[in-house]
Design a protein around this ligand. Structure first.
Ligand SMILES: Cc1cc2nc3c(=O)[nH]c(=O)nc-3n(C[C@H](O)[C@H](O)[C@H](O)COP(=O)(O)OP(=O)(O)OC[C@H]3O[C@@H](n4cnc5c(N)ncnc54)[C@H](O)[C@@H]3O)c2cc1C
Length: 415
């Protein structure tokens, strides 16, 4: 059996790792010219079933490198005002790990060099009379296999062809995602799990992506055949803009940053400097989208995985975690086919029904959390805010990824 995976995002690569481990022939086709052609290094919180699924797909020899090239998400969550005066303590959170999407993609490419082709933009697929499926690329080339998996993200051409009626809704984006290199000065802003800064008009969530070890050095020692980038640690921050901010400049981050600096005028110098020192390449506006549920579409030799089928807003911290669950599940089903225990179409349908259930449950959960995640700040409370119900050193269920916990803190802040 040959599986064609369209898209080398974290979901498609995780699937490819799992299939490789199971001895199934897999080929990956990615539209971008290389893994470094577009830097997308934001922090992703991993936990629970998603992290288990990622580990299940990765070969055992890479587990130590995964651990070493990620960071901890743990400790106290505090709320401060714009002068950094603590106005609330929201309890501690433990469990899970923070990873950087760019670093993780490199890790997930380990051992796949012979199986991946970059610069291959899928334009359509053709289901052949003999039961195979052919991918057609923009450069005129084709590839044929027994199953084609669209892991091609929110704009998925595979989904558009397979499910032209499926709807993806763009939410009004009034947030900005920033990234600032971690220094001692900025590390003090995020002493634990995360910090919420509540200004009178603007609120900012701060999280730390502090690699346990520089990823490239960890790779050199633990798995010398794997090339990880020399990524530096950073503070990732999300700023929720006040209503009426208007359109953000579309001529680059430098102009957007000027607008943000006006919004934080008079704030504590460390916070102003955090915005000023934000990385021009890795900061951007944030548009959240979500997919409307679709019923099962009948058995085909074409299926979908991750954001391609159930994109969700980042408020739940579940998008990548759910893509990993899809990948591990599809691997298990295809392994049964490889062993002669199931028919391909039956196995794919079983995968799809389960994936649709857990995928759209995650979309619903993320949407439910969205208002609290994006709501404008209220006037700072005169007294320290009551600790969240789970405060007091609760051990965070590893199933609760980072952004979810950020959201919980955010919700507490807006009560
Ligand atoms: C700011 C932010 C924070 C987030 N935080 C979290 C978090 O804490 N926890 C969490 O679980 N999730 C988080 N997410 C969500 C997570 O990043 C996504 O759900 C995840 O990256 C989806 O992976 P994917 O492989 O399905 O799609 P993608 O990563 O989008 O990959 C799709 C790939 O397909 C390729 N492609 C597209 N079209 C074609 C084509 N025609 N031909 C060939 N290739 C194609 C693309 O170039 C891309 O490489 C966050 C997202 C954002 C934006």
């Amino acid at each position: 059996m040959r599986v064609l995976v369209i898209g080398a995002g974290v979901g498609g690569l995780c699937l490819a790792q799992g299939l490789l481990k199971a001895g199934i022939d897999v080929r990956i086709y990615e539209r971008e010219p290389g893994v470094d052609s577009r830097y997308q290094g934001f922090r992703i919180g991993l936990g629970g079933a998603g992290l288990d699924a990622l580990r299940a797909c990765l070969p055992q020899r890479l587990h130590a490198l995964l651990e070493a090239s990620t960071g901890e998400i743990a400790g106290e969550r505090v709320m401060v005002d714009q002068q950094l005066k603590v106005i609330g303590r929201l309890g501690a959170m433990y469990g899970g790990m923070a990873t950087d999407r760019h670093v993780l993609r490199h890790l997930l490419l380990a051992g796949l060099k012979e199986r991946i082709e970059f610069g291959k933009r899928l334009v359509e697929y053709v289901e052949q009379a003999d039961g195979t499926v052919t991918a057609v690329f923009a450069d005129g080339s084709t590839a044929t296999g027994d199953l084609l998996v669209g892991a091609d993200g929110v704009g998925s051409p595979v989904r558009r062809q397979l499910l032209p009626h499926a709807e993806v809704v763009a939410l009004d984006g009034r947030a900005v995602l920033g990234r600032t290199p971690l220094t001692d000065r900025f590390a003090r802003l995020v002493p634990g799990f995360g910090t919420i800064v509540r200004g009178s008009e603007v609120s900012v969530l701060l999280g730390r992506m502090e690699f346990r070890r520089p990823p490239h050095l960890a790779a050199a020692e633990l798995a010398p055949d794997v090339e990880l980038p020399a990524a530096g640690s950073y503070v990732r921050w999300v700023m929720f803009l006040p209503e009426g901010t208007g359109e953000l400049p579309d001529d680059g981050w430098a102009q957007t940053r000027e607008l943000l600096l006006k919004l934080v005028d008079g704030w504590h110098p460390d916070l102003v400097e955090l915005i000023r020192q934000s990385d021009v390449v890795n900061s951007s506006t944030l548009t959240a989208r979500y997919a409307k549920p679709v019923p099962h579409w009948g058995s085909r030799r074409v299926t979908l995985l991750g954001d391609a089928i159930h994109v969700m807003p980042p408020s739940g911290g579940k998008g990548a975690n759910t893509a990993f669950r899809d990948a591990a599940l599809l691997c298990r089903r295809l392994t049964e086919v490889e062993r002669g225990e199931a028919e391909l179409l039956t196995a794919v349908e079983r995968y799809e029904r389960e994936m649709l259930d857990h995928g759209f449950a995650a979309v619903a959960e993320s949407l439910e959390k969205l208002p609290a995640f994006t709501s404008r700040p209220v006037e700072p409370a005169p007294n320290p805010v009551e600790p969240a119900p789970n405060a007091g050193g609760r051990q965070r269920d590893a199933a609760e990824p980072a952004a979810e916990a950020d959201e919980r803190a955010m919700r507490a802040s807006t009560r």
